[in-house]
Design a protein around this ligand. Sequence first.
Ligand code: CAA
Length: 257
Amino acid sequence: MEDLILENGEIALLTINRPKALNALNRRLVENLAKVLRDVRHDQAVRVLIITGAGDRAFVAGADIAAMSEMIAVDGLEFSRLGHRVMQTIEDLPIPVIAAVNGFALGGGLELAMACDLIVASEKARFGQPEINLALIPGFGGTQRLPHRIGHARARELIMTGEMIDAKTALEWGLVNKVVAAEQLLPEARNLAAKLAGKSGLALRQAKAALRASFTMEEDAGLRFEQSAFGLVFASADRVEGTKAFVEKRQPKWRHK
Ligand code: CAA
């Protein structure tokens, strides 16, 4: 798959690789993304996944507009369904996913970043949902995930005006976790990934699932979900080790079970 590069390891790095088209997502690329994510899911050695874009201009500048200009109505529906499946797959991965946003994260690119758990951005990053300028609307989850992340007022502003915001504004709005100099982007993302890889994988998995419930469930059901997830974590060997290690004033040794 030349449009995707996966570097395996405890911290896996997935690069969207169509720099000439600012890493725009066409159907084949999104299908390949689904396949790669399946491989990552089944690779027990991977503890954290970082997703970034090739080149120094874009993370992903959105869905491929040239390809969409050739599509008939029913293709658009299928494309949106495919995109949604991939975004949900990322949210359902049992490991944390970090988006390292090196440039434009527009349309489907911002939607991809928002499906990740944490977003680290370069100072050069730009964010937006410019679909309205094509007489389109966000199709890979933006109308739902953006208000969830930055509130309704700002989400409406971005989706209805189609205007972009810079990295500093994205940080102020709580869209991203950190902004660093361009050359520090991958080192910083790796740093963060190493921190996460040092936690109990089992506890992280349950934390991620419970956080996702705050997006997919009503509050009451979400609170019940948290109770079950807490109970599950409580039954783990890592919980016994983690609480014991604290009492014995030593570092814990995780078994991820
Ligand atoms: N699809 C296809 N090709 C794209 C693209 C996209 N989304 N974005 C950029 N490209 C291509 C350009 O066509 C250009 O190709 P050529 O060199 O062959 O002409 C190349 O990438 C470089 O782009 P520009 O010359 O336009 O670079 P720029 O610096 O002048 O502008 C930009 C950069 C502001 C990001 C501009 O490229 C742009 O506005 N891109 C489109 C952004 C957009 O509208 N994204 C939303 C798409 S719709 C969507 O994503 C729907 C959804 O929710 C699923």
